[in-house]
Design a protein around this ligand. Structure first.
Ligand code: FAD
Length: 451
């Protein structure tokens, strides 16, 4: 039984840190919430380290927050008061791709882009593409059920998880799923762990399903007179026989921010724009789609640019940071509404901006996951706090009224937990809390998050 810190240190292969300079690097994520200094950071190097750490945390009733890349936007990786942070920076292994079973086994700290490159070298593809792919970890992706622009055609992280293993908050090991592409044995606990935001278990190994990479791909930057025209254009394309893999809307305010943020000439890109991508297994298929797209652009009086694929996506990936750079404060929501309600959402939400602030919507138009950025232009710190809260309340309420949800990608964490009772009934919330008690009876894992 591990009761004290010396016993824990003696048991671990990995390291334990408690000097404040080191701890400060683990105190925040990208939620723009205030940092919290943990009391310890543990860097495990093997699965047994997690077992020891959980024994220590349960015995001492000390909260534990798992940390991947710290790119989360809902505060999930922010430490608890007097809490322990477990950082997976040394558990980053990526197995050889299992070609016969079309899968790869990875440790939670592996950076997403490293996994994507490793499997592409072996001729297969992992399609999930969050804009943070160069620094988020696969463990964080599973815990948040991350998606990206590709979700329109390929789905989200959870659609590619064949198996997960790790330890529940009570310290018991689990292993759900196999290398099988179909598995309906028993309750689907694997899906319960996906998106559980570090509140049920610590995930130590993940088996990812891989697919063939499409052979031909092209992106198109189409500029329109308004976001409403973009919505109509997208609806028209949606009922054609062509399935876009990505359909992102980009506002002029995003372009203005990116233009001063990036060291690139993007003056030839205009907005409001629909950035879309089409993939095909033949050049002929791609050519056919391009003809249809250009024909529709003519109908909608839109212009289409298609020569700078990489630059379009660099611009798209840079919007979040560029807006953060351009405005005094930025707060980002990621509600999702049903596709048919996107137009109403985009019409109404910017009108909620309080004087001295702006609301800029951009992102995954195709699946209704609209990144809604509340930006402070000129309010004082105090006025901003009040205005921000009022605007978020209204955004959440309107999304739910339209039949939407509080979050499509970033999770509930700390930032949205106050809105859970507008989305779930009292009884449904009690079920969620009951599930947590089963796997984490001492409420060790991320106790202040989710509800
Ligand atoms: C510029 C930018 C762009 C982004 N774009 C997207 C996007 O397109 N799509 C999208 O979905 N998200 C996006 N995000 C949000 C973020 O990158 C994702 O939520 C990502 O999955 C978080 O991964 P991480 O490794 O950084 O996790 P962290 O931020 O470290 O942690 C996130 C949560 O996961 C938990 N966790 C981490 N590892 C484990 C584990 N091994 N076991 C159990 N729990 C764990 C943590 O406790 C925490 O609750 C973006 C963020 C930024 C800053």
């Amino acid at each position: 039984m591990i009761m004290n810190l010396d016993q824990l240190k003696d048991s671990l292969v990995g390291s334990v840190h408690n000097d404040s300079e080191f701890l400060s690097h683990y105190s925040a994520d990208k939620s723009y919430l205030d940092p919290v200094l943990p009391s310890l950071v543990i860097v495990p190097e093997c699965e047994a380290d997690i077992e020891y750490l959980l024994a220590y945390a349960n015995a001492n009733n000390q909260p534990v927050t798992v940390r991947g890349g710290g790119s989360g936007k809902s505060g999930g990786a922010i430490p608890e008061l007097n809490g322990i942070v477990v950082s997976f920076e040394k558990m980053t292994a990526i197995s050889t791709v299992d070609i016969a079973n079309r899968c790869v086994v990875v440790q939670p700290g592996a950076i997403l882009d490293d996994i994507k490159h490793a499997v592409e070298e072996q001729g297969l593809w992992y399609p999930i593409d969050p804009s943070s792919s160069d620094w988020c970890t696969i463990g964080g992706n599973v815990a948040e059920n991350a998606g990206g622009a590709n979700a329109l055609k390929y789905g989200v992280t959870g659609d590619y998880i064949l198996a997960v293993s790790g330890f529940f908050g009570n310290g018991k090991p689990f292993s759900f799923g196999r290398k099988c592409h179909k598995d309906v044995a028993g309750y689907d606990i694997k899906s319960l762990l996906i998106g559980s935001e570090g509140t049920l278990g610590i995930i130590t190994s993940i088996t990812l399903k891989l697919i063939p990479k499409p052979r031909f791909s092209q992106s198109f930057w189409c500029s329109f007179s308004s976001l409403q025209a973009i919505c109509q254009f997208f609806q028209t394309l949606s009922v054609s026989s062509y399935q876009l893999s990505a359909a992102e809307c980009i506002q002029p305010a995003c372009l203005a921010a990116v233009a001063s943020y990036l060291d690139e000439d993007i003056s030839f890109l205009n907005g409001p724009a629909l950035l879309c991508r089409y993939e095909s297994d033949s050049q002929e298929g791609l050519d056919q789609f391009r003809d249809v797209l250009l024909e529709q652009c003519n109908v909608f009086d839109a212009s289409c640019h298609m020569e700078s694929d990489d630059l379009y996506w660099l611009v798209r990936r840079s919007i979040s940071d560029a807006l953060g750079d351009r405005y005094r404060h930025k707060f980002s929501e990621d509600i999702t509404v049903p596709s048919g309600a996107v137009k109403d959402y985009l019409d109404y939400i910017p009108t909620l901006a309080i004087k001295g602030t702006v609301i800029v919507c951009y992102g995954h138009l195709g699946d209704g996951n609209i990144h809604t950025n509340i930006l402070n232009e000129s309010l004082s710190e105090e006025a901003w706090g009040v205005a921000k809260r009022s605007m978020i309340d209204q955004i959440m309420a309107y999304a739910v009224e339209l039949g939407g949800t509080l979050t499509g990608e970033h999770g509930i964490g700390l930032t949205k937990k106050d809105y859970m009772d507008s989305y779930f009934s009292e009884y449904e919330l009690a079920i969620l809390k009951g599930v947590k008690r089963v796997f984490d009876p001492n409420t060790i894992l991320n106790p202040s998050k989710l509800f």
